[in-house]
Design a binder for this molecule. Structure first.
Ligand code: FAD
Length: 298
């Protein structure tokens, strides 16, 4: 339900209507994501019909912000549907990462794993069926079934919390078997809310946060001239972006650049300007970057 439009519509309740071009919508969504103004993202809702092994569902269900309706084994009979890992996903326990796998399993061992998975699934389902036919309560009989049995549910969540889910479950620390579901849901997000997805990639997935200790290191070690070079580059980028958004007369460009605290001489400015190498960005974001840099190197 909804997409980028719903995010923008909700945000404009707090920021006022104004004119709304597509580029402004994108900018607004990026601003919201950057500043962790999250509630507008809650206005978009996703409902998935999912089928997964119970051991995956156990991890999934820890995400408490979703609404779930699951297939009931008290009410209905279990189906003979079990998860068997593909050979390439049968790996050894990683020694370095307690929650990870590592390769190198022989073909014979892989076959054995596959055979055991199948044996236990088949046998447990036979016992389950026998108990069922004898009239034993389904809610009890189901307890003999292993966690590679498939269950299914409807899972509804809003975009903010879905992105949180994806950030945890599409991460390579997450187990492969849940990651594939998370990656599939990510595809839906990409389609339904492409600007939000892009902003999420830029500011959450690829964004970095520095701890106080790390910032202290930057403050001590980062040479002042490097910061100065970056600030200089930003002055050019802001000038180019402002000029692109609202073209100025050629003669006014140097002054505009100086207003952005650019410190090159007019002749150097002209050389650089004519080089065509100046990148553009988002003015607000670039200015935010200036204040971050300045706070780092007072
Ligand atoms: C790689 C990995 C390994 C994990 N290993 C383990 C493990 O070994 N053992 C284990 O038990 N779990 C484990 N988990 C589960 C993990 O601890 C979280 O329970 C799970 O990822 C859900 O995260 P969440 O609480 O942020 O999400 P959600 O439940 O969706 O909540 C979203 C956000 O809402 C807020 N929130 C929701 N409910 C509350 C509440 N009641 N109180 C306060 N704030 C709330 C929090 O800010 C939370 O971040 C693991 C998860 C991952 C991704």
């Amino acid at each position: 339900m909804g997409g980028d439009d719903a995010i923008v519509q909700a945000a404009r309740v707090s920021y006022g209507k104004g004119t709304s071009k597509v580029s402004q919508d994108r900018g607004l969504i990026r601003y919201l994501m950057r500043h962790r103004h999250t509630t507008p993202f809650e206005m978009v809702e996703f409902k998935f019909h999912c089928k997964m092994p119970i051991f995956v569902a156990r991890q999934w269900v820890r995400h408490r912000t979703a609404n779930i309706n699951e297939y009931s084994l008290r009410y209905s009979e279990a189906r003979d549907e079990f998860y068997y890992p593909e050979p390439e996903n049968i790996q050894f326990q990683s020694v370095l990462n307690k929650q990870g796998r590592t390769g190198g399993v022989s073909k014979e061992l892989k076959q054995k794993v596959n055979q055991y998975f199948k044996e236990i699934s088949k046998r447990s389902f036979e016992i389950y069926s026998e108990l069922n036919e004898a009239g034993v309560a389904r809610e009890l009989a189901r307890a003999v079934l292993p966690v590679n049995l498939y269950t299914e549910w409807y899972w509804k969540n809003d975009l903010h919390n879905l992105l949180h889910f994806i950030s945890l479950r599409s991460d390579n620390h997450a187990q492969y078997e849940i990651r594939v579901y998370s990656d599939a849901m990510a595809e839906s997000v990409k389609k339904a809310a492409p600007f939000a997805w892009e902003a999420y990639q830029d500011y959450v997935v690829k964004g970095m946060r520095f701890s106080r200790i790390e910032q202290n290191l930057f403050e001590k070690i980062l040479p002042k001239r490097v910061v100065q070079d970056i600030l200089e580059d930003i002055a050019y980028q802001i000038t180019a972006t402002l000029h692109y958004n609202k073209p100025r007369k050629e003669a006014d460009l140097f002054q505009l650049y100086q207003k952005q605290r650019g410190s090159d001489s007019e002749s150097d400015f002209k050389l650089k300007w004519d080089s065509g190498e100046i990148e553009m960005g988002n003015v607000r974001e670039l200015r935010e970057f200036i204040s971050k840099l300045k706070s780092l190197k007072k």
